[in-house]
Design a protein around this ligand. Structure first.
Ligand code: ADP
Length: 547
């Protein structure tokens, strides 16, 4: 017997429709590339999104066509999120920090038809425009007055506000199968070419429900959310959708990602929640500390994308009364998989123990199941302290890559199909996962694993250390041993021996790095993560001391 409820496909357009009707007065604030602060309500945004949906149709975009963006976090980008996906086309958020060659490769692979870009990326657009195979229209996300003076270098260049001007908003969002593709993101491809992850309307809406929940990111109409995580990095972790679902205020930082600009926006717009990778917070904390500032409204920040150093969540908590929500996921997971929210078992723990829980990547959100397996694929019991490979499944987890690149990525077992994340982790007795490494970053000393993230976390707790990466280096006896690569804080005088002594008592003696190298900068990838593969390459010939 079937239930007797309405059949309604889960479509992304339903999010903006809800925001328009039930939170129409709520505002979206953007720091614009043009230099000013822009404000609009959800009501206005919904109208502009419908007009843009008509505009892209007028450009010849059809259902399933890919429409690309090279853009910061801002209201026009958000309007494209809804106009493109809502009308049945596929939004492809390109990462502007990639090399032009990679952008050309990805745009060609995706077969992008139209490319929208923020003015900051005009030089980049000029570098790729003659080389892409499928892009028919280039649209500058600005008004006519702000078009670049040398706009004629790209004949046929279109202007976002002109496209909108030409349309009215008499448009109804179409209804279609919820499994229709909605957006496309490419993984960074630290090995091999980048691969596309194609989300659906259904996966996106379900993920939005899940991340909104109290023990996940807890998104409310009373929040003012500033996503520092870019809209080209796994859809800003789903926040542009969750904000509409919950009627939260959104504050977009645009290109102003330095500590000072962010802090000003946090204060001016009374931001309560933020989200980003650890390297961003370092810059913000440095600014706040150097100027003796406090956050008057911000009380929570989601940190993920790479491990949040415990020293950082302590600083946020002790000095600024900001609760860090450590979260883990990946492009292939839409991205959220786990969040380190507490359970009743943690009630009564002292602050130090609570920080211990918060520094883990957390427990699975509803919708994601995960298990940790040994090298034979057998599940490891929770609470055993043994690390293994993390496998996940759920309705917003990848089934296969775009155009079947790389073949079948799944592990098929008696208990279903699982996606192997490439992460190595252990699980505590309460179901809190702690990532110890990415499998390609693991250090194997005499056949035994050493968790590079644990070592980095300790090093980054040293007051003289700005950033630390731990990589495997060749060792004549043990094959591999940990080599610590350190970027000092400006003016710090910490020495190698001092740093190595800092590990005493904090970790099993044999895990202590064998050597320390100080560098001016640690290479960061396009999403702000340390590029350990680059460091491994740089120190390939390095032989550790054997003494
Ligand atoms: P890439 O880093 O290849 O661009 P993603 O942005 O999808 O791709 O990153 C996913 C990876 O980032 C995860 O597989 C994991 O290794 C790492 N990661 C994400 N969040 C965390 C976290 N909280 N702690 C440790 N590692 C994390």
């Amino acid at each position: 017997m079937n239930g007797q409820m309405m059949q309604q496909p889960l479509l992304i357009s339903s999010l903006i429709t809800h925001a328009e009707r039930h939170h129409g007065e709520q505002v979206v604030v953007s720091r614009r590339v043009e230099g000013d602060i822009h404000r609009e309500t959800y009501r206005e945004m919904a109208v502009r999104s419908r007009r843009m949906a008509k505009a892209i149709a007028a450009l010849g975009v059809q259902a399933g066509d890919r429409v690309a963006t090279l853009a910061w976090n801002g209201y026009r980008h958000m309007e494209l999120y809804y106009a493109v996906s809502g009308s049945g086309a596929v939004l492809h958020t390109l990462n502007p920090r990639l090399h032009p060659d990679q952008i050309v490769y990805i745009a060609d692979h995706a077969e992008d038809q139209v490319l929208f870009f923020d003015l900051s990326f005009w030089p980049l657009v000029q570098a790729v425009a003659g080389r892409t195979k499928t892009v028919k229209h280039w649209v500058a996300m600005t008004d006519r007055a702000h078009l670049p003076a040398d706009a004629d270098k790209l004949p046929g260049l279109l202007c976002f506000e002109d496209l909108l001007e030409a349309q009215d908003d008499r448009y109804s969002w179409p209804s279609f199968d919820e499994n229709t593709a909605s957006s496309l993101c490419y993984t960074s491809g630290t090995t091999g070419n980048p691969k596309g992850v194609l989300y659906s309307h259904r996966s996106t809406v379900l993920h939005t429900f899940s991340i909104s929940m109290p023990d996940a990111l807890s998104v409310s109409a009373n929040d003012s959310i500033l996503p520092v995580v870019p809209m080209f990095h796994v859809n800003a972790w789903g926040l542009p959708y969750a904000a509409c679902m919950n009627g939260a205020k959104l504050v977009f930082p645009g290109a102003g990602l330095d500590g000072k600009s962010l802090y000003e926006l946090f204060e001016a717009e009374q931001v309560t929640v933020s989200a980003g990778v650890p390297t961003v917070w370092q810059a913000l904390l440095a600014h706040v500390e150097a100027n003796g500032l406090k956050f008057s409204t911000m009380r929570r920040t989601v940190i993920g994308g790479s491990a949040c150093p415990p020293a950082m969540l302590r600083k946020f908590g002790d000095d600024y009364d900001v609760r860090v929500l450590h979260a883990w996921g990946m492009t292939e997971m839409s991205p959220v998989g786990t969040v380190a929210a507490f359970k009743p078992v943690h009630a009564g723990l002292d602050q130090e123990a609570l920080y211990g829980v918060m520094s883990k990547q957390g427990r699975a959100v509803y919708g994601v199941d995960l298990k940790i397996v040994d090298e034979n694929g057998a599940e490891l019991a929770w609470g055993t302290e043994t690390s293994g490979d993390v496998l996940v499944k759920g309705p917003w987890i990848i089934d296969r890559y775009f155009k079947d690149e790389g073949g079948d990525p799944l592990v098929h077992g008696a208990d279903g199909d699982w996606f192997p994340t490439g992460d190595v982790a252990r699980m505590d007795a309460d179901g809190y996962m702690q990532i110890t490494d990415r499998s390609k970053d693991v250090i194997k000393s005499g056949g035994e694993w050493i968790g590079s993230i644990d070592l980095e976390n300790i090093a980054m707790a040293h007051p003289g250390v700005a950033m630390a990466a731990c990589i495997a280096a060749f060792h004549p006896k043990w094959d591999e041993r940990p080599l610590l690569v350190v970027m000092k804080k400006p003016g710090a005088t910490v020495t190698r021996d001092e740093l190595l002594a800092f590990f005493d008592g904090k970790i099993a003696k044999w895990w202590t790095p064998d050597d320390v190298i100080f560098v001016d900068a640690i290479p960061l990838g396009a999403t702000g993560k340390m590029q350990k593969n680059k460091l491994r390459e740089q120190f390939k010939g390095y032989t550790l001391p054997t003494g």
